[in-house]
Design a protein around this ligand. Structure first.
Ligand SMILES: Nc1ncnc2c1ncn2[C@@H]1O[C@H](COP(=O)(O)OP(=O)(O)OP(=O)(O)O)[C@@H](O)[C@H]1O
Length: 464
């Protein structure tokens, strides 16, 4: 498959097509992290439909307005339209809808938060246009943006003038793991898992990795080398989205370095508790950090005992390997840094692999176990990597996850210990199963025949 091919996004396209088929006026909000593929998705969707795609820029509001007017008049094939003087976006859009009459037109306004930044009243003007005219016609208006905070507060929030007008919204997330092989044809599954550990499912980053280079070469050339796109990307994105990046940097570096409890993060950063708590909630909202609680925790326990980790693999990798090694990397020592990071990277991959197989889609695809709850379990110094509960059928699957090649003996040892830990969870009258997911397990068939549930990378079905 060619590298330029559009990958997956089936659910997203279906969501957009459904809106299109409604044949009524639609106001859809599409947003998500930078480089996640918003523009590409919207262009794919709109390409075989009458559409206007407008990308807002940093220029002043009125220049943006003129640009939009130019595109709309080109669509109408009406030069006169481009010469009318419109004061504001509401007048322009209402006049456009008047002209297209009953035609079903898709109008995409990309980077919408830039317009808001330039001219806040744009929100109420759009509301006015929507209420007076647009909502009564057949336009499909899609507002798109990469600033998650701006889209969630200014556009979707209940204080927004547009609140209640939208007919649907979609936060675009990463390309699912089982599709990333399509970006790197020929890559073995083990390397795909590592690629996922380094850049996650972000299309723009996956495209930087070249299939003709091996994994290590790609990491050195595309992430660790001064001047490479991914060498500074994390910093650029955080500066763009956050007002006080220095404190966020300190927090992310602490978490990337393995501090997962609130107190540990406070100690490592030296920041005030209330500040750390505020910053952590912003980072959670942005999808950069996640807070986990033990899967069987009560609401009271959950509010106290959370563990923090970086949820965005690229940030996780960058804060662990780029930032702390900056002086070496600046001096052109990327290869050396990577060579001496190998052992640590294996540990890093241990947590990445746990996150991968603990994501609901991958877990269900691999194990076929239907659960109502899935997550890590811990209590008094004992820990189980994954516990899947089916509360309706009272079935539990305990799973240990290892980024290792295990002998049959090692695997059996891990499973027996897991069986012991499983008894500590206290699911007395439940049916319990013990499982193991590892990079490779010798004697897998024999273990499965004994009643254990064992999977390794050979069980991952990745199309490429
Ligand atoms: N589903 C996909 N399959 C293949 N390539 C993709 C896919 N989605 C995006 N890309 C590619 O990834 C890159 C980034 O995508 P795109 O520009 O659409 O992201 P974006 O979310 O609009 O980014 P930004 O917010 O930074 O402008 C582009 O080169 C695009 O062609």
């Amino acid at each position: 498959m060619s590298r330029q091919t559009f990958v997956d996004r089936e659910r997203e396209l279906e969501f957009l097509e459904k809106g299109y088929r409604s044949d009524k006026a639609e106001l859809l909000i599409v947003y998500g992290r930078r480089r996640i593929g918003k523009t590409e998705l919207l262009l794919q969707f709109a390409r075989d439909k009458p559409h206007v795609y407008f990308l807002a820029t940093e220029k002043p509001y009125h220049e943006n307005l003129r640009e939009l007017q130019k595109l709309l008049s080109e669509f109408l094939g009406d030069e006169l339209f481009s010469r009318i003087s419109f004061h504001d976006i509401d007048e322009l859009l209402m006049a456009f809808v008047e002209r297209v009459r009953d035609e079903r037109v898709v109008l995409v306004i990309d980077e919408f938060p830039l317009l808001i930044e330039r001219y806040r009243p744009v929100l109420s003007l759009l509301q006015r246009a929507w209420d007076l005219k647009l909502s009564k016609g057949r336009i499909m208006l899609i507002l798109c943006g990469s600033s998650v905070s701006a889209m969630e507060t200014e556009v979707l929030g209940y204080k927004s003038p547009l609140y209640g007008r939208r007919t649907g919204q979609w936060r675009l997330t990463e390309i699912p793991f089982f599709h990333i092989g399509e970006f790197l044809p020929g890559y073995p599954i083990e390397d795909l898992v590592k690629v996922w550990g380094v850049v996650g499912g972000i299309p723009a980053y996956l495209l930087k990795f070249e299939p003709r280079k091996d994994f290590n070469e790609n990491v050195v050339d595309n992430v660790l080398s001064k001047g490479a796109f991914l060498y500074e990307e994390a910093e650029i994105l955080l500066r763009e989205e956050l007002r006080e990046p220095a404190n966020y940097f300190a927090i992310l570096e602490a978490i990337a370095g393995g501090r997962s409890r609130f107190g540990e993060i406070v100690n490592a950063t030296g920041l005030d508790k209330s500040l750390v708590s505020k910053y952590l909630s912003v980072l959670q909202r942005l999808g950069i950090v996640r807070r986990e609680v033990s899967v069987t925790a009560t609401a009271k326990e959950a509010s106290k005992r959370g563990l923090y980790s970086i949820d965005d693999n690229y940030f996780s990798f960058w804060f662990r390997y780029v930032l702390p090694n900056r002086s070496y990397l600046e001096a052109g020592l990327a290869k050396d840094v990577w060579k001496r990071s190998q052992k640590d990277f294996n540990t890093y991959m241990g947590s990445a692999f746990e996150r991968l197989v603990g994501s609901p889609e991958v877990f269900i695809e691999l194990t076929g176990f239907h659960f109502t709850k899935l997550g890590r379990w811990w209590h008094k110094g004992e820990e189980i990597d994954l516990l899947a509960l089916n509360e309706r059928e009272k079935k539990a699957l305990f799973v240990e996850v290892k980024w290792k090649d295990l002998s049959e003996r090692e695997a059996r040892g891990i499973l027996r210990d897991l069986e012991r830990k499983g008894e500590l969870v206290g699911l007395e009258d439940w049916k319990k199963y013990c499982g193991l997911i590892a990079r490779k397990v010798d004697g897998k068939e024999r273990l499965n025949a004994e009643g254990w549930q064992v999977w390794d990378l050979a069980d991952f079905k990745v199309p490429s």
